[in-house]
Design a binder for this molecule. Structure first.
Ligand code: NOJ
Length: 554
């Protein structure tokens, strides 16, 4: 399979597949349940491969499937060389990779190099071995401050709330050193000053490349290297010059990725990395995708962009210009498992929200408007040069479930924030596949299993089955857009040229013979001449209604 064009794309050419791939994010717990326990798994994914092939995506990014106590939904990995029994077995993972390839779909698992689970053998050994041991050197252990060492070593905060330090016990049970965890206490940070950590991750990459995965999504790619002095953080973290933040986007992180690139390049068939890298500026993001480092990085500026034509144009121009300089393709993404689903963002007049955070209950939502805009955003995104990500369920028009009862919430943010922030569960609700009542075919018929998070009744109109064969549905729109994207020689990698447009609208052309207009304003705008290939909503004669986008053959 490798070395050939697994996508069956009409635009096969010679460019590596990842330069314009559409990658579908499978949040494994919530995609499809094959074994009837109410949680998604590998068997579920295998049963839905024909759906993914027919959708027209090129590759699957699968969120962590490794053995894990699930303190952070699998991002707390206990063993990188196996599969969590909740999700299946290693043999099933191998079968999935092979079958996906047969369907023309590439497979990209998630790798989590910043931290492991507190149940990983390394961390258990570190606790048992005590201070000063080589086992502790794989993590960031430090004595505490204050008279009895009872204060954390510095003022760093966990991304999920509270201190980034937890005090460990010495092997005799007495209170001892503290260990660093930029996320939950169950996710101790690794020490990337230690060559053993480098060797271990290169070996893990090989383990999966040997099993024919097509690449990796790298979790917290910007966070691995810390200032060895572990200084207190400034109150105003925006005051740090580039690369000087003590635990984010430090220059030394690129050495790690140069080595990873060499590993990937040893394998045939264009294996690729995509970085989850948060950087203060786009030029710093471009550093991750220089030709000797990673291939691509998520474009969170696009995801965070409010529904505003000028803001989108600025992000599109900035992205393409910085990436062009380093020869990397752009990527575009609207949603993922950490943020509010985009129909629920675009359906609000105030669209500022903290990454991973929620809207307050007082920010009113117009979901119909949000869905209309989400359809337009899909056509805008898929017409841009480069690759794109589709988060499972966005092709069904799913929105954020904002009324999950307190007792079902599982995101560690809920407890760590003292139950003040509800966390990310609302975008992680299991997918509705068929039928008219929960679990909507998420689990096998007759299993009696309840999905791990409850689904809204309203999703009965939004199941894959209910939308199948209806070109005007969201699923119909995505299927047509993805098919046209494969067929049309102007789409995928390349360039765009802006055309004149009314205020609040975006209009661009791509050679040969393609045009896209997106009207983000609240009044109709003129429709350029051309044959309509696809529209996100009904058109008026020669006008493009508000919150609508159109693809044209020019
Ligand atoms: C980013 C992942 O997307 C998120 O879900 C996770 O909680 C953190 N990294 C920590 O691994």
């Amino acid at each position: 399979m490798h070395g050939t064009d697994a996508t069956g794309s009409a635009r096969s050419g010679t460019a590596p597949w990842w330069r314009d791939a559409v990658i579908y994010q499978i949040y494994i717990r919530s995609f499809a349940d094959g074994n009837g326990d109410g949680m998604g798994d590998i068997a579920g994914i295998r049963s839905r491969l024909p759906y993914l092939r027919d959708l027209g995506v090129d590759a699957l990014w699968i969120t962590p499937w490794y053995p894990s106590p699930q303190a952070d939904a699998g991002y707390d990995v206990a063993d990188f060389r196996d599969i969590d029994p909740r999700f299946g077995t290693l043999a099933e993972a191998e079968a999935l990779i092979a079958e996906a390839h047969e369907h023309g779909l590439r497979v990209i698992p998630d790798i989590v190099p910043n931290h492991v689970s507190d149940q990983h053998v390394w961390f258990r050994a570190a606790l048992a071995a005590g201070p000063g041991s080589p086992e502790r050197e794989r993590f960031v252990f430090r004595p505490g401050r204050g008279p009895d060492g009872a204060e954390p070593p510095n003022n760093w905060r966990s991304a999920f709330g509270g201190s980034a330090w937890t005090r460990a016990a010495d092997p005799d049970g007495s209170p001892g050193e503290w260990y660093l965890h930029l996320f939950a206490p169950e996710q101790p940070d690794l020490n990337w000053e230690n060559p053993e950590v480098h060797a271990e991750f290169q070996s893990v990459l090989r383990f999966w490349f040997d099993r024919d995965v097509d690449g990796f999504r790298i979790d917290v790619a910007h966070g691995l290297v810390k200032d060895a002095d572990l200084p207190d953080l400034l109150d105003d973290t925006s005051a740090y010059p580039a690369g000087a933040h003590p635990h984010q986007d430090r220059d030394a992180v690129h050495e790690i990725y140069r080595a990873w690139r060499r590993v990937a390049d040893e394998y045939p068939g264009d294996r690729k990395f995509v970085a989850e890298a948060h950087t203060p500026t786009p030029d710093r993001l471009a550093n991750y995708v220089r030709s000797d480092r990673l291939h691509t990085a998520f474009n969170f500026d696009f995801l965070r962009c409010p529904w505003d034509a000028d803001a989108f144009r600025e992000v599109i121009d900035t992205t393409t210009s910085y990436l062009e300089e380093v020869g990397a393709p752009a990527t575009w993404v609207l949603s993922n498992h950490d943020v509010i689903r985009h129909p629920s963002r675009y359906g609000r007049s105030l669209q500022e929200w903290p990454y991973g955070g929620r809207f307050s209950a007082e920010t009113p939502l117009d979901l119909e408007l949000g869905l209309r805009r989400a359809r337009a955003a899909a056509l805008l995104m898929l017409a841009l040069p480069g690759g794109a990500y589709v988060y499972q369920g966005e092709e069904l028009g799913l929105w954020e479930v904002e009324d999950l009862p307190d007792e079902v919430l599982q995101d560690p943010i809920w407890e760590r924030s003292g139950r003040t922030e509800r966390g990310r569960d609302g975008c992680r609700v299991p997918l509705p596949w068929s039928g008219t009542a929960p679990p909507f075919g998420f689990s096998p018929d007759g299993s009696g299993a309840e999905p791990w998070l409850p689904q809204p009744e309203e999703w009965k109109e939004y199941t894959a089955r209910a939308q199948d064969g209806r070109p005007e549905s969201v699923l119909g729109l995505y299927r047509t857009a993805l098919r046209l994207r494969r067929e049309h020689p102007a789409l995928g990698e390349g360039e765009l040229e802006w055309s004149e447009a009314d205020e609040g609208a975006l209009s661009f052309t791509r050679a040969p013979g393609f045009g896209c207009v997106a009207n983000l304003s609240n009044r109709p705008c003129p429709l350029p001449r051309g044959r309509v290939l696809l529209a996100s909503g009904p058109l008026e004669e020669d006008r493009l209604p508000p919150d609508t986008a159109v693809w044209l053959a020019l």
